[in-house]
Design a binder for this molecule. Structure first.
Ligand code: FAD
Length: 106
């Protein structure tokens, strides 16, 4: 439905942007907070089937919260899992900074 499309687009924007501005060397407390954020996000994301599938995937693929680049890559992979499920093409994770940190060069 139209709602889950705009909700999804806005949510991925938020998640990838959060990762793009995460510290390169987070403290233990920041890492713990990011783990909590992702766990809580997966409980409250207001598209139930989306959230259920995401929670299942999370069990086998715990977030890599150890640095900005690893967290960004982890969200990229998570998003690609959904892209694949929806029959979309996969995003090249080497382009993450251009898309979500610096902005496209155009
Ligand atoms: P989106 O997929 O929303 O992507 C927005 C932009 O992000 C793209 O234009 C591209 O520039 C960039 N991008 C694309 N892939 C990546 C990537 N891998 N890494 C970084 N940037 C990228 N919808 C469903 O119908 N069923 C579901 O089960 C479902 N599960 C979801 C689970 C979660 C956790 C979230 C956040 C969303 C989910 N959605 C689901 C919504 C779906 O992923 C899309 O957001 C929605 O279909 C709109 O797609 P879009 O083509 O506008 O681009």
């Amino acid at each position: 439905p139209a709602d889950s499309v705009s909700l999804g687009r806005g949510t991925w924007r938020l998640l990838h942007s959060i990762a793009a501005y995460y510290p390169d060397s987070p403290s233990d407390e920041v890492k713990k907070d990011m783990n909590s954020f992702i766990t809580l996000f997966s409980k409250f994301y207001p598209c139930r089937p989306c959230a259920e599938d995401f929670r299942e995937w999370l069990k086998e693929n715990p977030p890599n919260v150890s640095s900005k680049s690893l967290l960004s890559k982890w969200f990229c992979v998570a998003h690609n899992v959904v892209n694949r499920k929806l029959g979309k093409s996969e995003f090249n994770c080497d382009l993450l900074d251009q898309r979500w940190h610096d902005g496209w060069k155009d």
